[in-house]
Write a protein that binds this ligand. Structure first.
Ligand code: ATP
Length: 360
């Protein structure tokens, strides 16, 4: 097992495209770190640079303290798991899992033992004699994981390993991967574009956009203290809503609303800008409620009602803006109904309208 450290790592593709900018990150020994961000943000490129499948244009990559920029993938002692399982169709599960060890000249009895051990962990023991075409998608992905495990690498790198699976299986496999990580304690870097996957799996999450790290934090920290509008909007489902407004004398006023902020928050957000400051308010769906005890009143018009059983997701209009609220399962609301919601202003996020940085 090993720590992985990236210092000022950059990637320019041959066409001059700057895919990764000044990437700095220290991944602890045994840590499970998730890279998340929208398509094209550079997460796969970064993972592939760690794997040695993509050349590092600039900066330094260390695995286990050693600079490995110029080491071949094989010499880095890491195992990669991809979205496509890439199993050999003519080989059995046992042969697929043991193949890399065989190439490395590991003795046959040791291969059998390691494959059996990995198969037990992944509940593949009864499938060892089957060929890939006789397996379900989830089972194939387990074999792909098994193939990585038997090598006992210093780190696992996983690139969207679950995106070919249906929703239910994805949830099951998430749990399997986490259990495996608990058992083996191997440093893991996991790439996904799915923020729910990132939130449920990562010890720490690296949120990327446009080749740049936006924030590195634990799931709860990301949720509760997003550094900017992008992170606030990307993490959380339903997403954070944003209202444009102007902060002046402790209150934010915008189209169709006026809210008094808690004094400390207003002072932080105002900074040294004495006059009004253009801001965006960030509202998580759960800080809105029908209960007046929650806080400040907000006049809204119901737009869309989505009953989910235990809760109801309601999209509402505030002047020309939109907010989404997570309300109880038994609310009776209809589109175009004018209602008052109540807002816990202590849990509002205030972002600067121009820089989009969190200033509250
Ligand atoms: P996705 O979730 O879609 O895989 P990603 O965040 O993993 O996205 P990357 O695959 O790392 O994104 O790509 C980052 C950027 O680099 C993208 O804009 C992509 O178009 C570009 N890119 C990737 N490979 C090359 C290449 N070989 N040459 C030029 N540009 C590339």
């Amino acid at each position: 097992m090993a720590a992985i450290s990236l210092q000022q790592v950059r990637k320019f593709y041959d066409n001059g495209f700057h895919a990764v900018r000044d990437f700095n990150l220290d991944i602890g020994d045994g840590e499970f770190v998730v890279f998340v961000g929208p398509s094209g943000c550079g997460k796969s490129t970064t993972l592939r640079m760690i794997a040695g499948l993509e050349e590092i244009s600039d900066g330094q990559l260390r695995i286990g303290g050693t600079v490995v920029n110029d080491l071949e993938p094989k010499a880095r002692d890491i195992a990669m798991v991809f979205q496509s399982y890439a199993l050999y169709p003519h080989m059995t599960v046992r042969q697929n899992m043991g193949f890399a060890l065989k190439l490395d000249g590991v003795p046959k009895t040791a291969i059998t033992q390691r494959v059996d051990e990995a198969a037990r962990m992944l509940q593949l023991d009864h499938l060892l004699d089957r060929r890939p075409k006789e397996l379900s998608g989830g089972q194939r992905q387990r074999v792909a994981l098994g193939r990585a495990i038997v090598r006992k690498p210093q780190a696992f790198l996983m690139d969207e390993p679950l995106s070919n699976l249906d929703a239910k299986l994805r949830v099951e496999m998430r749990a399997s991967i986490l259990k495996l990580h608990r058992q083996l304690g191997v440093t893991t870097v996991y790439v996904t574009h799915d923020q729910v996957e990132a939130m449920t799996m990562g010890d720490r999450i690296v949120v990327m956009k446009g080749g740049e790290i936006q924030q590195v934090a634990s799931p709860m920290e990301l949720y509760e203290r997003p550094v900017n509008v992008f992170v606030g909007g990307f993490i959380g489902s339903p997403a954070m809503s944003f209202l444009d407004g102007e902060l002046r004398d402790g209150s934010v006023t915008g189209d169709g609303y006026a809210l008094r902020l808690p004094a400390a928050m207003a002072a932080r957000a105002a900074g040294n800008q004495g006059a009004g400051r253009a801001v965006k308010l960030g509202l998580r769906p759960e800080i809105l409620s029908l209960d007046p005890a929650t806080g400040a009143a907000l006049a809204v018009v119901v737009d869309v009602v989505e009953p989910l059983g235990a809760e109801t997701i309601v999209t509402l209009r505030v002047g020309g803006g939109t907010v989404v609220a997570r309300l109880g399962g038994n609310v009776k609301l209809v589109p175009e109904q004018a209602i008052t919601l109540y807002l816990d202003t202590a849990r509002v996020h205030v972002f600067d309208a121009a820089t989009e940085a969190n200033i509250g």
